[in-house]
Design a protein around this ligand. Structure first.
Ligand code: ATP
Ligand code: MG
Length: 438
């Protein structure tokens, strides 16, 4: 009877050295002469070099195997041995190669443009780079669930079709909904605020849609947000929870993905160093002072920080930084004013967390206004019909309490951890203004 296939990673265990193994996967690279065949195969766990001479396989099989194109699926059988000269440090001496499916000529060859790779994302997803990123991604989302569940939070799933905006009308995706129109969710927030009166502490990791009209390396039209909302807490506590969450995620990546970071050429010591340090929390007003003193940038008080300002600010830090208390004026309607703040104008009980190395905002959060009057006024100011938010205002009518929450951009965090040049590589099939294929 045939032995069970094992993974390439398992074949590298000391227990298998010298033993015959059966591996299945895809041809990653192949080269050969008339006498020798070198075939690197890959599976989800890694790559391994497989070799055979003409006499090992016999003339017929040797010829078939030598002509198999890259990405053909195969089963190979042979003896595995540690071999420092082989790529990956191990080698399988093959005595059999079975073709499962012979591939056509693979369109992805060396030195293709980013655009070509995105056009062929369905195939590029097999690359070692995408494989490594997707494994980190899986760790990140798993860690988010683990972090919140350990703290007694409940997973809460929001609707994706929503009748209201929460983050400004300009980025809403309007879709046909039977004989009327509706929007795709920009955030779970309004629904999360309803749910905390039942569950108190909730979180989610779910898809989010924003029609971002500017082309940047950090905006997607469809992205995943990990949000939390909790009753009885203020925005300053939420900042600490967000920082603890990010630390927890980084720890999990260091535990599970060292090999993937290596493939991505990310130095894990950089992440270890970040975990060892304190992460500062400064106010928006202090941030403007720092930008002025240390970067010679004169930003008018009252404006939201733009990408350039965030980048300049974060050149001065080597850990994530919490920036709190942005001007109320620039903020969404639900963020309450902080009374008695030491600032030139009204500021909101809100915060962002910015990542270093030019990655900018990864978390945005706030306390939520509990005052019906000021909420209604802020909605009117944004040109919204207050009646259509009546259900939301009900939450202030029946036992309202202080509560806060935030959203962490899953792809922004992955892009920073993996040092990706573009957020598009942090998600398997990116959707942007210019791309919705494949
Ligand atoms: P930005 O100013 O960068 O557009 P934002 O202030 O609109 O961000 P929030 O509404 O606070 O973002 O959303 C919470 C988090 O979701 C952000 O901190 C970010 O990590 C992520 N995020 C927001 N918009 C996008 C997007 N278009 N693509 C990917 N992630 C996003
Ligand atoms: Mg935005």
């Amino acid at each position: 009877m045939d032995e069970e296939p094992i993974s390439i990673q398992e074949a590298k265990d000391p227990g298998y050295q010298g033993a015959e193994v059966r591996l299945r996967g895809w041809i990653y690279r192949t080269r050969g002469s008339n006498k020798m065949l070198f075939m690197v195969i890959r599976d989800s766990t890694g790559i391994i070099q497989c070799v055979a001479s003409r006499s090992d396989l016999g003339d017929d099989l040797f010829t078939v195997a030598k002509d198999l194109p890259v990405e053909s699926s195969v089963i190979v059988i042979g003896n595995v041995n540690k071999d420092d000269r082989a790529p990956g440090g191990y080698e399988v001496h093959m005595n059999d190669v079975r073709t499962i499916s012979k591939a056509d000529r693979f369109p992805i060859t060396k030195d293709q443009s980013e655009e070509f790779l995105r056009e062929n994302r369905h195939l590029w997803i097999r690359s070692r780079k995408m494989n490594a990123i997707l494994k980190v991604r899986s760790t990140v989302t798993g860690a988010i669930h683990e972090f919140f569940r350990k703290k007694g939070y409940h997973e809460f799933t929001p609707p994706i079709f929503t009748p209201n905006q929460a983050e400004g009308g300009s980025t809403l995706f309007e879709v046909k909904y039977y004989d009327r129109s509706i929007y795709l969710t920009q955030t779970w927030q309004l629904y999360a605020e309803a749910a905390i009166f039942s569950l108190e502490k909730i979180y989610d990791v779910s898809p989010t849609f924003r029609a971002e009209r500017s082309k940047t390396s950090r905006h997607l039209s469809e992205f995943w947000m990990a949000e939390m909302e909790a009753a009885w807490i203020g925005y300053r506590e939420a900042v600490q929870i967000a920082m603890d969450e990010i630390r927890f995620i980084i720890k999990k990546v260091l535990e599970n993905n060292i090999g993937d970071l290596e493939i991505l050429e990310v130095d894990p010591d950089g992440l270890v160093h970040i975990l060892e340090k304190e992460w500062p929390v400064i106010t928006y007003t202090e941030a403007l002072g720092i930008l002025n003193d240390k970067a010679g940038m004169d930003v008018q008080w009252g404006k939201d920080l733009r990408t350039v300002e965030e980048e300049e600010l974060m050149k001065l830090f080597d850990t994530p930084v919490g920036v709190v208390e942005y001007p109320k004026e620039a903020m969404a309607f639900y963020k309450p004013v902080l009374e008695g703040a030491d600032a030139p104008g009204p500021v909101a009980k809100c915060f962002d967390i910015l990542a270093p190395e030019g990655y900018g905002e990864i978390v945005g959060g706030s306390e939520r206004d509990t005052d019906i009057e000021s909420l209604s006024m802020a909605l009117e100011k944004e040109g919204e019909s207050v009646e259509s938010y009546d259900w939301y205002l009900d939450l202030r009518r029946y036992g309202s309490v202080q509560h806060s929450g935030y959203g962490l951009g899953v792809e922004r965090l992955i892009a920073w951890i993996c040092k990706l040049e573009n957020i598009k590589d942090a998600i398997p099939f990116p959707r942007t203004m210019t791309r919705a294929y494949p």
